[in-house]
Structure formats: structure tokens, C-alpha cells
Design a protein around this ligand. Sequence first.
Ligand code: GLU
Length: 301
Amino acid sequence: MPPPCYRGRFAPSPTGPLHAGSMLAALGSWLLARQAGGQWLLRIEDIDPPREVPGAAQAQLRTLAAFGLRHDGGIEYQSRRGPLYQRALDRLLTDGLAFECHCSRSDLAAVGGIHRQCVAGAQRPDPAIRLRVPDGCEIAFDDLIHGHVKQRVDVEVGDFVLRRADGPWAYQLAVVVDDAAQGITDVVRGADLLDSTPRQILLQRALGLPTPRHAHLPLLLGDDGRKLSKSDAARPVDDASPLPALRMLWQALGQPPLAADAGSVAAFLDAATAAFRLECVPGTPPPVSAAAHNGSARLRD
Ligand code: GLU
């Protein structure tokens, strides 16, 4: 069987209800996958128990259903995929590309938190594992929205953590292993993850995995100019009234109004799938009122 030509995904962390910013990523990635006639997979990134909110994953699934964003196949939960991450980590350790690190945050404070060599004062029973980032390591990629992006990973990030000292898997490792295992061809997500992408590409190369295409969608900013975060639990989207939020998200994606505004979620999504144009999506955050996700958007004026 030839691999499908388009496989997108949405990968929320269950740290609270989905807010407008997360829904922008969900809608944008769903539209691109549907428009390409591809698949849209769902993965719950529940590998950081202290940050998780009981019931949040179920609430997120209810919201996606209310917004008509149906996924393909079963839902993956990162909390069940430890053996895959362990295999990848073992390979990096065997290949000499990763190493045990006893440095604490305070050990690294003097070097701005950027690890280039171990400076640990004391050995710890549960060392972290880091990826060794070679000197002069520059990673560049072409983002479908932001164009050519490059980062000196050694200077700007340093040797980064793959498994934390207290045991949990790092997001960077888990996301790379899962995107490859799920055959993801297109990573479409919020621009807050733009600066993680070079790390992920470096890891893909270290593990001999393909690099998907990337499109980083604009972040929605609140009235105070700060990014709306998923932990901003006070401002979830309203499952009972998805259409106003869908219209606001459509505008925040830089799309001109739909010719015939559909009166139902299903009709809206059909029209939106036909009309969506990636080249209209702004590379910089649009100014959106924090109240926008509940339908009273400045953008809709
Ligand atoms: N789990 C991440 C989040 O909720 C998204 C990861 C990704 O899309 O790569 O912010």
C-alpha cells in the first residue's frame, strides 16, 4: 500500500479545556487535511501528570465533536506509549548521540540554562538524558506560513532533555517518535512551537526518521497582547454555540468571509473546506479580543 499523501494531526495536552488558540490549531490542521483529501489524527499528549487536569481530555474530545472536527482512526494517548519512547532513547544512547546528565537547573543558571557541557556539582540517582547538539549545529526548514526559518540549536537551545531527571518523557522526544509512528506528513500547529521545530528536525535526523512539512498558525493574543494559553481555563470555547467561534477562527486564519454563510456547523465546515487558502493565513498574530472565542470578536466587526 502506498503511504497516504496527507496525514495531519491535532495533539492537545490535557491541561484544561480547549480555548480559542487551541481551536485555531485544531481547525487549521483539520481544514488542510480535509482539503487534501487526507486523514486527521488525534493524539492526547498526556505525559506530564502534574500539569494535567482530571477530565480535561474528555472535555477536549467533547469540544472537538461539538465543533464538527471528526478525527480518523483511534485516539492515541502518549501515556501508553512509553515503550516506543524508550526504544528511541536506547538507540540514541547506543549511537552515542545522547548522554546521562546530572546537572540541575541551578547548576546551569550561570550559563543561561543552556547546556553545552556537564557542570554538575553532585551525581544524582535519577539523571536526565539529553541529546548532544554538535557545535555549529544550524537547522533550517521552510515553514508553509513563515517561510525560511533557521536556528543555531547549539547556541540558542543547547543539549536538550529527552527524559527528565524525575522520569517523565520530554515533549520533544515523544512528539517526534509519535509523528513518525503515526505517519504524519504535515504538522500544522500554533506558532508557539515554531522554535521547537529545529529540535524536532535534529531528533528526526538522529533517529533516521522523515521530517514532515510544517505550517505554524498564528497565535491569538488577548487584549493585553499576551498569548491565550490552554491553562487559561476561564476562557474555554463554548461547546453549546460553536458557529460564532468557528466564524471568528476563520477570520483569525486570514480567510475572507464565506460567500454563503452556512447556518450549521456541518455546512460551515463543508464551505470552509472548499474555500480555505493557506496563502491567506497571516504569519504574525492577528489582534483578537480575548472575548473573541465567545463570539463577540473585534475581528467580526
Ligand atoms: N501538545 C502540544 C500542545 O498542546 C502540541 C504539540 C504539537 O502539536 O506538536 O501545545
